[in-house]
Ligand binder design. Structure first.
Ligand SMILES: [Zn+2]
Length: 185
């Protein structure tokens, strides 16, 4: 397992629709990729990570739902599609590809998602709250949509100077360097 570098805003792969997963074609390499994605997400304290955020052009994402006093629930979605949406939520979001940036995004409060799990089996997920928000955020990534593109024009204009400032810092960030290569402590 290894922590991978996370692509930051401005890298073209984040704004391209990902390629549908052919389960049989990827099943041998999938466990290692998913293990790396979970490790990367945990290392930076994220709730979700899409494959294109680690430079892999595949329609898949991992999500980790944290619960109080219990181990997190880890979910893998391959080829996810939202089949139903209802209600409205308008809450603050962040993104591992935009470290340090947060903004309120309007989304559905509840969603139904169809996908395949890590074994290639069909699943249907009914989600609300944080889980619904994470699913919509990750599926947007897989469609090549970053969360700031969901903001109204005025908010995007206001964020522009902050974004430009942060972008310079992001260029130098490489999460893969968080890999522990020795135990010097
Ligand atoms: Zn994100």
């Amino acid at each position: 397992m290894a922590i991978r570098r996370i692509c930051k805003y401005g890298e073209p792969i984040l704004e391209r629709k990902t390629r549908k997963v052919d389960f049989d074609a990827v099943k041998k390499t999938l466990p290692a990729l998913l293990a790396d994605m979970f490790e990367t997400m945990e290392a930076v304290g994220g709730a979700g990570l899409a494959a294109n955020q680690v430079g892999v052009d595949l329609r898949l994402a991992v999500i980790s739902i944290k619960r109080e006093d219990e181990p997190p629930v880890n979910i893998v979605i391959l080829n996810p599609e939202i089949t139903e949406k209802s209600g409205v939520s308008h809450e603050e979001e962040g993104c591992l590809s935009f470290p340090g940036l947060f903004a309120k995004v309007r989304r559905a409060a509840k969603v139904k998602v169809r996908a395949l799990n890590e074994k290639g089996l069909p699943i249907e997920i009914n989600a609300e709250g944080l889980f619904a928000k994470a699913l919509q955020h990750e599926i947007d990534h897989l469609d090549g949509l970053v969360f700031v593109s969901r903001l109204p024009l005025m908010s995007r204009l206001k964020l522009k100077p902050a974004l430009l400032g942060l972008k310079k810092k992001w260029k130098k960030m490489d999460e893969s360097r968080l890999n522990k290569t020795d135990n010097a402590s």
